[in-house]
Design a protein around this ligand. Structure first.
Ligand SMILES: Cc1ncc(C[n+]2csc(CCOP(=O)(O)OP(=O)(O)O)c2C)c(N)n1
Ligand SMILES: [Mg+2]
Length: 802
């Protein structure tokens, strides 16, 4: 259905006024941030001014006319001032925040879902990511509706306002391909084809590559090149010649002429196509100002063309609009190739002010200088379709289970445990299980999601049977697709995995329907999609990331596949609670916590128990392994469960005369346990600390210190309590299959000496024992570290190190 057929002349007149106002407010916001605010830090807000002007008309057409409340938009990062200006006119953005643009708690430089308060749908900033996010959000909308949820709400369009240079980012192309595979609908990408990037003017003829590319992947392509003034001129006598000239004009020259203005246009045009006949008349019939206006009347700055193009869409196919625009349109540096960092001088702002009829002191007045009565404008704004309806939704929390049943084999890996746990979940018809969506970039089977997928099926809008099954060819996995399936299979693109997790993990806010997304990949490939992961966390999307195998356990397949830095990513990534369990019962306890944690959205101070702000919730990262290890038969007590979630517990509590503590994380548990055994005769009361989350331990410790510095003298974090009774002369040997810095800080908690063992180099292939010996994280290396760290008699079982 078209958004609406036609726009009346009165409405068009109002939209023209709003277009001017939006450009003024955005320009003034930027000027204010640079020149007028007291706290101006000397860092100029380059980028915004020219980029914003480029999109002013398109965004006016969208927000004041074409959009509906159910539509969701990712706005190109540097158009943020235009976005905030529009929201200001809607009464959803405060003057204070505009005055503080880019300052502390002010309107954000790039639109931010979480930090802005004016209803931003998708954050943008790292170019390319917001664009892809709209595509995946559209797939998630289809997923939700195919499962019969939220059908009472209208379907929205997912729209990205895309910079032309933004299309250089590879993640966009990965997304387009995936969108084609998944039958993408309801997605509009509106390219701001200003033919300029940050540094320069872009290549000639890019539009033709885009057109072919988008069409190849099933998108409609709508090229909006000429505005209504130009189209009228083309129909005049001599107009066709003018059109040919424009079509053949190189981007650089066009930009330069835009910058130079009417007289330069005239000279050039007369030189090149002047004929002393109709063409010359067409040019000479216009003043310099009129000629400049004509030649810059590209469709991206022409409200009637845009309104018509957006209004007449009556289908749900994905559309790429290529809108010709001019970077800096309406401002003095329009078209200049250096304008990305351009800022208007105070004198230039003064002349813009005059042109806009804005009196000094009235710069922020909504209707100042407009020629239509304020009442009429306000009434129009009050009835803009976009604002008439709920936009941000909420969804209730799903009940998370108190525990997860699973049969633990005597020897088992955490990855196998994960598969078994999900298989059990898939067996039960619970609300939680029904809302779980799994996804994986072509490693579904090798990350042990197979049994879950067998139970719950793959998702596709159209049913597609597994031919192997219908042909009765034996296969372990049932690969049936249906609209009720709960696994989204992706191609091998980790960027897409994280962007999809971001979209799934925001479904409660965007679709009002909660999903519990679980994504799996091999741990080293987190780095492949790290910016998209960071972006998902920044948007506060909620998901569970299962990264397996990790560390050296992948090395037999190729030394370059081992992951070293990921435990540090787990510590450093905000919004992501990282765990690395060693045993399957720990994993079960962590998953129980995760199902609840990903749904929390509370506001509270840190809890006195562990000094973590657990009420706010977040996403969860589980670093797992394929290494089968002997499991401990034990009862899962509430205390143990809590300690696992808090990040550590004593597997062997150190005695009062303890000389050495071994602190380990993850798959090296057998080595740590063995080392403690080997030392027992020669070192007293050795302790063994199982660290299930270096991330949470570290965060709690930092928070407790901060609390004490603020006067809360009794604040104690979990790790401080655990290590409180360890004598100060005791040494700590820490060990993990990952970077040693992950646990090295443990010594700073109470001043114990630490020898951190871990993996710093990569590239070797071999069996796990070979590699643990090679990198010095086997039992012997732990014993050697302990012997060196703590005085005492030689440790009998120590062998010479290689
Ligand atoms: C991933 C990433 N790399 C680099 C940048 C820095 N950057 C910001 S805008 C920009 C150029 C954008 O050009 P375009 O998309 O054409 O937008 P325009 O400025 O023309 O409006 C660059 C390189 C960024 N924001 N994100
Ligand atoms: Mg550009």
């Amino acid at each position: 259905m078209g958004t609406d057929a036609s726009t009346s002349a009165d409405q068009l007149a109002i939209l023209h006024e709003l277009e001017k106002k939006v450009l003024w407010l955005a320009s003034w916001t930027i000027h204010h941030a640079n020149h007028l605010r007291e706290s101006t830090d000397g860092l100029k807000v380059g980028g915004h001014q020219a980029s914003s002007a480029s999109l002013a008309t398109i965004m006016t057409a969208l927000y004041f006319r074409a959009l509906r409340p159910q539509d969701r938009v990712a706005v190109k990062p540097h158009a943020s001032p235009i976005y905030h200006a529009i929201q200001y006119l809607f009464g959803r953005q405060s003057r204070q925040k505009l005055e503080d643009f880019r300052g502390y708690k002010g309107a954000q430089s790039y639109p931010s879902r979480t930090k802005d308060t004016d209803d931003v749908d998708f954050s943008t900033g790292s170019v390319g990511l917001g664009v892809a996010q709209t595509l995946f959000s559209s797939l998630v909308q289809d997923y939700v509706r195919a499962h019969g949820w939220g059908l009472e709400r209208p379907e929205g369009r997912m729209i990205a306002l895309v910079g032309d240079a933004e299309l250089d980012e590879g993640n966009i192309f990965e997304a387009i391909l995936e969108g084609w595979k998944q039958g993408l609908r309801n997605c509009w990408w509106i390219i701001d084809y200003n033919r300029q990037s940050l540094d320069a003017v872009i290549r000639e003829g890019l539009w033709a590559r885009y057109e072919a590319l988008f069409q190849a992947f099933g998108w409609d392509v709508v090229i909006l090149k000429y505005g209504s003034l130009l189209n009228e001129a083309f129909s005049e006598s001599g107009g066709e010649r003018l059109r040919q000239w424009i079509d053949n004009c190189p981007n650089q020259l066009y930009s330069a002429l835009v910058f130079q203005g009417g007289a330069a246009w005239r000279r050039r045009l007369l030189d090149e196509i002047g004929d002393q006949g109709p063409v010359t008349r067409l040019i000479e019939g216009r003043s310099d100002e009129e000629l400049a206006r004509l030649m810059t009347n590209l469709a991206g700055h022409d409200l009637p063309s845009l309104l018509e193009a957006f209004g007449k869409v009556d289908h749900d196919r994905p559309i790429c609009f290529i809108c010709y625009t001019i970077k800096g349109f309406g401002l003095p540096f329009a078209g200049h190739k250096d304008n990305h960092a351009g800022l208007m001088t105070p004198a230039q702002v003064e002349s813009l002010r005059k042109a806009m009829h804005v009196r000094p002191g009235h710069e922020w007045d909504k209707f100042e200088g407009l020629s239509i009565a304020p009442d009429t404008l306000q009434t129009f704004l009050d009835h803009v379709p976009f604002t008439e309806g709920a936009r941000r939704h909420r969804a209730a929390r799903l009940p998370a289970p108190a525990q997860l049943p699973v049969t633990i084999q005597p020897v088992m890996s955490t990855q196998a445990g994960f598969g078994a746990l999900l298989n059990e979940l898939g067996r039960e018809q619970t609300e939680l299980a029904d809302r779980i969506v799994t996804t994986s970039p072509d490693v579904t089977v090798s990350t042990n999601l197979g049994p879950w997928v067998n139970r719950r099926g793959l998702f596709a809008r159209e049913k597609l049977a597994d031919t192997f099954k219908s042909e009765r060819i034996p296969s372990t996995f049932n690969w049936d697709f249906s609209p009720k399936g709960q696994h989204i299979e992706l191609g091998i693109a980790e960027m897409n995995l994280f962007t999809l997790l971001s979209a799934l993990g925001l479904s409660h806010a965007i679709n009002g329907e909660r999903l519990i997304p679980i994504g799996t990949l091999y741990d080293p490939f987190i780095q492949r999609g790290l910016d998209a992961l960071n972006y998902a966390c920044y948007q506060e999307a909620r998901f569970i990331l299962v990264a397996t195998p990790s560390g050296l356990s992948l090395a037999p397949e190729g030394g370059a596949h081992q992951s070293i830095a990921t435990p540090l990513i787990g510590i450093a990534q905000d919004g992501l609670a990282a765990f690395e369990p060693a045993f399957v019962d720990e994993l079960a306890a962590i998953l129980v916590f995760a199902f609840d944690y990903v749904q929390r959205a509370g506001e509270s101070e840190s809890s006195e128990r562990n000094w973590l702000r657990d009420e706010t919730g977040g996403s969860v990262y589980l670093r797992l392994s394929t290494r089968p290890i002997e499991q401990i038969k034990r009862e899962m007590t509430p205390e143990l469960r809590q300690s696992i979630v808090d990040g550590a517990y004593w597997l062997r509590k150190p005695g009062p005369n303890c000389q050495v503590v071994v602190a380990y994380t993850g798959a090296v548990a057998p080595e740590a346990i063995q080392a403690v055994g080997l030392m027992a005769e020669d070192r007293r009361d050795v302790g063994l600390l199982a660290v299930t989350s270096a991330d949470r331990l570290n965060a709690g410790w930092t928070a407790a210190q901060r609390a004490r510095e603020r006067g809360l003298v009794h604040a104690r974090s979990h790790i401080e309590k655990l290590l409180a009774d360890v004598p100060s002369h005791c040494g700590i040997v820490s060990v993990l299959d990952g970077h040693p810095a992950t646990l090295a800080w443990l010594g700073a908690v109470h001043g114990h000496r630490v020898r951190p063992l871990g993996v710093e180099h990569f590239g070797q292939t071999g069996s796990i024992p070979d590699l643990y010996r090679h990198y010095g994280i086997d039992a012997n290396a732990v014993v050697a570290a302990a012997a060196t760290l703590t005085p005492g008699r030689p440790i009998r079982h120590l062998k010479a190190l290689p």
